[in-house]
Design a protein around this ligand. Structure first.
Ligand SMILES: CC(=O)[C@@H](O)[C@H](O)COP(=O)(O)O
Ligand SMILES: NCC(=O)COP(=O)(O)O
Length: 254
């Protein structure tokens, strides 16, 4: 586990499942890949099952739940209102069955290419509050996928969330472009993290984080308990080899 001021690194396996799904069979084996990540020092494993099961399938979540915990934390992300579809039993049914250490609730749909915004709790707080209570009652930590908006973050605290996950897509885009607004955007994220900590919320972050932008984000945004990284990590494993990629990401998290 990381030391006090470190940031836990949770590896997202969505893209391993995407490669697996492009052929019949079970190669690459998502569970074998998860074990390699754990053996190389990952602090957690993250997956994001969706009703269309475009990558992570419900059975992956079941098998990973048996493998990952209690070696490292298992984080399952998804839309809690996502309905059952075919062999996908629905998000709430799947996490009730597998009991991950953390659920990260994300307001996305199968119509989206990827997650691209945080919750608007002005409209969804009432529906989310009992969902959060139910997940916590089952022993799961609940994190809400949020934009860096202090008003929205206060609403997250008000409805019982344990943590927020700051959606870092806009930061990553601004960093890649070295946009003039990057410094101002980082300040927004830093203020959002500070506001969350003041409210007793843990702060996670994720989406499009990579070896080029992670240190910049961590230097500006504290406290930062966890980052979940998958897309860039998978590509870096191809380019650098998995041991070197893992070491590089862990170095930026310590
Ligand atoms: C919530 C988030 O930003 C990511 O964790 C999400 O898993 C991305 O989903 P895809 O891997 O399907 O793009
Ligand atoms: N919550 C973010 C995550 O799990 C992975 O996002 P990405 O690194 O695949 O963009």
């Amino acid at each position: 586990m990381p030391h006090a001021n470190a940031t836990a690194l949770s590896i997202n396996l969505n893209k391993i499942a995407l490669i697996r799904n492009s052929r019949e069979g079970n190669f690459p084996d998502v569970c074998e890949h998860a074990q390699r990540c754990i053996d190389l020092g990952a602090d957690g494993i993250t997956v994001h099952p969706r009703p269309d099961q475009r990558h992570i399938r419900a059975e992956d979540v079941r098998q990973l739940a048996k493998l990952v915990s209690p070696q490292v934390e298992f984080n399952v992300e998804g839309n809690p209102f996502a309905p059952a579809l075919g062999s996908y039993p629905g998000f709430m049914a799947l996490v009730a069955e597998t009991l991950p250490a953390q659920c990260t609730l994300v307001p996305d749909s199968d119509a989206q290419l990827t997650s691209d915004h945080g919750f608007d709790l002005r409209s969804s707080a009432t529906a989310l509050k009992p969902i959060i209570a139910e997940l916590k009652q089952q022993g799961m930590r609940v994190s809400l996928f949020m934009d860096p908006d202090p008003d929205q973050i206060k609403r997250a605290a008000d409805i019982g969330a344990d943590r927020i996950e700051l959606y870092t897509g806009p930061f990553a885009a601004a960093h890649k472009a070295q946009a003039p607004e990057l410094a101002q955007l980082l300040t927004r994220f830093a203020e959002a993290a500070h506001a969350a900590a003041e409210l007793g919320l843990g702060v996670n972050a994720g989406h499009d984080l990579n070896l080029h932008n992670l240190a910049t984000f961590r230097d500006a945004v504290t406290p930062l308990l966890e980052v979940s990284i998958g897309h860039a990590f998978t590509v870096d494993c191809i380019a650098m080899g998995m041991p070197a990629a893992m070491a590089a990401y862990l170095e930026r998290c310590r």
